[in-house]
Ligand binder design. Structure first.
Ligand SMILES: [Mn+2]
Length: 325
């Protein structure tokens, strides 16, 4: 199927590239890598985003367009990367739907298999890991810019090669990417080792807000946007937020509660691989991966979050979890 997707891309004239809202390093890295590969063989390629991406990813490139419900694209082919469902495309979904041909490359387990040509590799640590293969099917001369973007996606989706989604293939592909001569340290310095002062202070205060359940095995951080505002930050500045409660000693599962809109909260779940948190998220109409998942909570929010914590306790007690810990 990946070969077919490469073939369709090569046949197209103008390719529109889409990814999930609030794009992370994998979403953006995959998008820019595909864009650069297509441009290198003389195609037009446009990345559509809902809003400006976080400035820390500017090193990948800044050539993209902002799309809303009324944006018309004259692309003859669309490829959606790192996202398997229209609903996660946010405001760019309408633009995407109007494009005659739809292709999709993803690694999320709980997508809706959309597009005429849909390729999903749930074992791939990052979509960028699949994109490595895709760009090499598109061109024999993949540029360093494209490889930098792929490395960024692989690094950020694996917590810099330390999450359980890392497999031998991840390192094989990372090795090939490094062999192209990219400066990986330049990338990791920007992504991991450059922290704003206000953010350091925020992280300390956030740690104090963490609540514990089930003998300290579950940690919950309620982080409304107002709290971030006190430090001059937004959610985009703290994408490692779910790891603050998770990294605490003794914690097996973390719950991060963020504002979504007036009536709902976005909840991110993480685990030190003791339970499948995507199953917990699915119970609340969400989804994701085994060790990282998310869902939206509305209605009686306090009660529903309590129910979610109870579901985790149940999983820890009766699921596959506790005996393996
Ligand atoms: Mn991803």
């Amino acid at each position: 199927m990946l070969k077919k997707i490469a073939k369709r891309l090569k046949k197209a004239e103008h390719i529109a590239i889409f990814t999930h809202q609030n794009p992370d390093g994998d979403a953006l890295g995959s998008s820019f890598a595909v864009k650069y590969a297509l441009e290198s063989i003389g195609k037009r390629a446009t990345i559509y985003l809902e809003k400006p991406m976080h400035e820390k990813f500017n090193f990948l490139g800044t050539d993209y367009e902002i799309a809303d419900e009324n944006t018309e694209s004259n692309a003859d082919c669309a490829i959606v990367l790192d996202c398997g469902e229209y609903s996660r495309l946010g405001n760019t979904a309408e633009t995407c739907k109007k494009i005659p041909e739809l292709l999709c490359v993803d690694h999320h387990k709980t997508g809706e298999t959309f597009g005429k040509f849909y390729y999903n590799e749930p074992d791939a640590a990052a979509t960028a890991q699949i994109v490595y293969k895709l760009v090499n099917l598109i061109t024999k001369n993949v540029s360093q810019k494209a490889y930098e973007a792929i490395y960024t996606g692989m690094s950020t989706d694996t917590g810099h090669f330390k999450f359980s989604n890392v497999n031998p293939e991840t390192f094989r592909i990372a090795a090939k990417v490094l062999e192209s001569g990219i400066n990986h340290r330049k990338i990791t310095t920007i992504i991991y080792d450059t922290v704003k002062r206000e953010k350091m202070m925020f992280l300390g205060a956030a740690t104090e807000r963490v609540q514990f359940f089930h003998d300290g095995k579950i940690a919950l951080l309620d982080c409304p946007s107002e709290f971030l505002k006190e430090y001059g930050l937004t959610y985009d500045d703290v994408d490692e937020l779910p790891n603050i409660p998770l990294n605490l000693e003794g914690v097996l599962v973390s719950v991060l509660v963020k504002d979504r809109d007036e009536n709902s909260k976005r909840v991110s779940l993480r685990t030190k691989d003791v339970i499948d948190v995507s199953e917990v998220a699915q119970k609340f109409s969400g989804g994701g991966h085994k060790s990282a998942a998310a869902c939206v909570i509305s209605g009686d929010i306090a009660q529903n979050i309590r129910n979610l914590v109870d579901t985790i306790i149940e999983k820890l007690t009766f699921g596959l979890g506790e005996k393996d810990v």
